[in-house]
Design a protein around this ligand. Structure first.
Ligand code: CTP
Length: 400
């Protein structure tokens, strides 16, 4: 199950560090290459030699050592990784990552990686329940980091409570689960639309909207990561084109409509994140409109096709996911769009709130599914939301 996969295994300094030996052994047994990074504090509980003997790999203990794979540093480690596991994860490493602090090899590696990271917290109950630790954990979860545990039970201090490192099997299973998710869309083709369309008024001006494309690009990245053949149809944005996508640049709603319909048959699902203009100027001026002698200027608009609605009419077994940006009556309006457009799922977000939505890195969404299930999510990064949407998609597509 873990054959050919590289686990970067962070061990931070808690008494439960001795249990991480068993975890490393199980990961190796399952075929993984396990590269251990120990914090300085961890080396006080257990020796690097134990891990290097078990994993048959050098163990890294400092930001500037060259023990691991010759020229070792956080970037090369994060490049090699399929997954990062931190067990035990102390309150300290959780706090550091939650606040972007990178002052040792483990924290720099976590900050530099874009593969899934799992934390298995272990600490004294009072430390775990402390509001600051809780906030840090929530913050990490909002960024898409996974937590396993902690569990209830007897703690090193002799008292019972929450804070024990989860059982080895639960931690190894979580690693296997995340790795399996890395290819759960293999064999599928998914099309994503992103950005705000531009409807030309004249050669210089256009009618646009506030969409930055961040959600669509995050979803395209996640789809690629999960093994899907991914097409990204996008209006101009300031974002880098995700690697390994079939990128189709467009400008207008009409371009997007044409390019989406053209590829519809070859895809298993469409995720429509684009903010499509509902109207375009009836007439596009060939030359730049001059302001001289104009007191009042009207632009007549004509409706654009509703792309996802048209796809919904020819849906068959394909999965259709759309977004609903609403400034009022969020759920009612989103539900109406779900039905009217024959969708499987709609992601509703309230655009009247500041700090989330258009142009921001965060959003707060509610997902409504065809069977009526409604799930409200807390404020989280668009990247974390992308993962949730792709998880939902996997449950919706027919098995291959
Ligand atoms: N959409 C589309 N084609 C359009 C307009 C919207 O495919 N011409 C898609 C959007 O990409 C989004 C969903 O439909 O996934 C809902 O878009 P939204 O702008 O919230 O709703 P509209 O249908 O345009 O309705 P209204 O603007 O009246 O709220």
């Amino acid at each position: 199950m873990l054959k050919g996969k590289t686990v970067i295994f962070g061990v931070s300094g808690g008494i439960a560090a001795y249990k991480s030996v068993e975890i490393a052994r199980n990961l190796v047994k399952k075929g993984a290459t396990v590269k251990v990074i120990m914090t300085q504090a961890a080396t006080k509980f257990i020796t690097p030699l134990t891990f290097s003997t078990l994993t048959n790999q050098p163990v890294a203990t400092g930001l500037f050592n060259k023990e691991l794979s010759g020229e070792i540093h956080h970037i090369s480690l994060s490049d090699e990784a399929d997954i990062v596991l931190v067990a035990p994860a102390t309150a300290n490493i959780i706090a550091k990552v939650a606040n972007g602090i990178a002052d040792d090899l483990l924290s720099t590696t976590i900050l530099a990686t874009d593969v899934p990271v799992i934390f298995a917290p272990s600490m004294n109950s009072r430390m775990y329940l402390n509001e600051i630790t809780q906030k840090n954990i929530k913050r990490l979860e909002a960024y898409g980091y996974r937590m396993v545990g902690p569990a209830m039970g007897e703690l090193a201090c002799g008292k019972g409570g929450i804070g024990r490192l989860s059982e080895t099997d639960a931690i190894v299973e979580a690693v296997e689960f995340e790795i399996a998710r890395g290819s759960d869309l293999k064999g599928y083709s998914v099309m994503v639309t992103a950005g705000g369309t531009r409807e030309p008024i004249d050669p210089v001006r256009f009618i646009g909207n506030k969409s930055s494309g961040k959600t669509g690009y995050a979803i395209a990245n996640e789809l690629v990561r999960r093994g899907s053949k991914t097409t990204l149809i996008s209006s101009p944005t300031c974002l880098p084109v995700p690697q390994k996508v079939n990128f189709v640049p467009i400008n207008t709603a009409s371009d997007m409509n044409r390019e989406t319909i053209k590829r519809f048959d070859k895809n298993d699902a469409v995720i429509m994140t684009a903010a499509v203009a509902d109207f375009h100027p009836l007439k596009t001026h060939k030359e730049k409109i001059k302001k001289d002698n104009i007191d009042e200027l009207s632009i007549k608009l004509k409706p654009n096709p509703d792309i996802i609605r048209e796809l919904g009419e020819a849906k068959g077994k394909k999965i259709l996911i759309a977004f609903a940006a609403e400034s009022e009556n969020l759920l009612e309006n989103a539900k109406r769009k779900l039905e009217r457009k024959n969708l499987d799922l709609i992601v509703a977000n309230d655009i009247s709130k500041t700090g989330i939505g258009f142009g921001e890195d965060f959003n707060k969404v509610t997902i409504i599914e065809k069977d009526g299930k409604i799930t409200e999510f807390p404020r989280m990064t668009k990247r974390a939301i992308a993962r949730i949407i792709v998880d939902k998609l996997i449950n919706l597509v027919e098995p291959k």
